[in-house]
Each structure stands twice: as structure tokens, then as C-alpha cells.
Design a protein around this ligand. Sequence first.
Ligand code: A2P
Length: 260
Amino acid sequence: NVPVITLNNGVSIPALGLGTWQSKPEDVVNAVEYAIKEAGYRHIDGAWMYGNEKEVGEGIRRSGVPRSEIFITSKLWCTRHHEVEKALDESLASFGTDYLDRKVRAIGVSNFSQKKLEEILPTATIVPAVNQLELHLYNPQADLIDYLRSKQITPQAYSPLGSTNSPLLTDESVTNLAQKYKLQAADILLGYLLKKGIVVLPKSVTPSRISSNITGAVAAVGSLTEEDVAQLDKVAPGGKQKRFIRPPWGVDLGFSDWNA
Ligand code: A2P
């Protein structure tokens, strides 16, 4: 079973969800339906900016699983801070639901550095429940994770596999463990983050991967030892620290310090 994490406001979140960024609208209906109906996913991560919320909503409906059993995330994009309600209503209409699990039931942030959190926390009436970040073997952001823990903010990992054509899948430290435990490299990468209490959001539109990512990640949580996790923690500081996502968001707004 997928671990469940309790957020700082008491809301439960399944620790593994399906990522939908870069999933083509024509692929994502089936991917979401399959993930929920066949593979047992109960958490779908979306955003208005991904341009496929309508199709994600269609997949959720076709799964036949009640809305109340599924954790759905959307994101208010940084270009729309002046029209929160309108943007939210659009996402709700696209998903075909009347509430979200991150926005109404729980509010979080994404791509927030410690510096940005320190700016908002003194005046925030709601401490964000999550901070969604690029997190994986080569970009562990250990100091930021420690800071989030100290503020009861749950870290969520996007691109936990290192995105497309990922070198993480062939990293020796990962393939050795995969061989040892008779699992796949992706399972080790996901299990590693889950063991650290991080919510993982692997993206796939391929049914076999959608299935193996959930079963394999759960198996890896059972197999990986604290020593394995400590060994994997050492990989990135060993010179491989690397982001894969160079996002366009906010650049035209002058947020040149998105990486800070
Ligand atoms: P696809 O969607 O064609 O199955 P991330 O979640 O880190 O952004 O990674 C997503 C990328 O990794 C996509 O290109 C996805 O391809 C691919 N992917 C997803 N699951 C696996 C897996 N188990 N093994 C290898 N590649 C995978």
C-alpha cells in the first residue's frame, strides 16, 4: 500500500501521485483512467499551465472511482496572482469537480526557496501544507528539506525520476541496488524519496510504467535500508548535483532568481 502522509492541517495525502506535466492531452485521459482504475493511484498532480486539465478530469471521471477518494492538485500560475478566483474556477470547471485537495482543502506552494518562505511566513495566515520542488537523486536540496521539516511543510517531488532521458536510471548506485533487490531503477529512485517522507509525483503516460512505478516504489520502501538511503544521499554531493528542469515560468516577470 502507498504510504499516506498527514499534512500540517490534518488532511491526508497519498505519498505517491501521478504527474501530468508534459503529458499530451490525447494521452492523458487514458493514463489517468488507467492509473486510478487499474493501478490504484489515488492522487493526481495537475496544473492549469499544463494545458490538459480537461483531459485529466475526463480520465478521473472515466475511472469510476468517487471524487472523494482521489487527491487532486492544481496550481495557480504565477502569471495569474491577480485573478485567483477566476483561475481556480477555470481549473475546477476543467477537472469537472467543485473542490481541490490543494487549494481548497489544503494550500501549498511550489518552487519556493527558504528565502522566499522566510518572506511569506511572518505574515501568512496559513502555513503552506506543501512545497513542490524538483527533487531527485541528483537534486536532493537537503538544507531546504530540513527547513521545510522545521516548519511542518511537506516536500513534494516533481521529476523524481529526473525527467525525460534521465541519467538517474543508469546511475551505478541505483542500478546496483535495483539488482540487489530485484527491482527496477525507477523503483529505487522513488522508494528513496518515499523513505525520506517526500511525496513523489512520477509522470508517465505508459500503462506498464504507471503500474510498475506504484508497485515498485512500495516494494522499494520495504527493501531499502537506512544504510542504502544514507549511501544514496552521498551521490549528489559527490559532484553530480544537477537540475534537469529549466522552467520558463516567471522569467518574463523578472523572477531571474528562481534558482536562488
Ligand atoms: P513516459 O511518460 O513516456 O512513460 P519524471 O516523473 O521524473 O518527470 O519522469 C518522467 C519521464 O520518465 C517520462 O519521460 C516518462 O516516460 C519516463 N518514465 C516514467 N516512468 C518510468 C519508468 N518506470 N522507467 C523509465 N522511464 C520512466
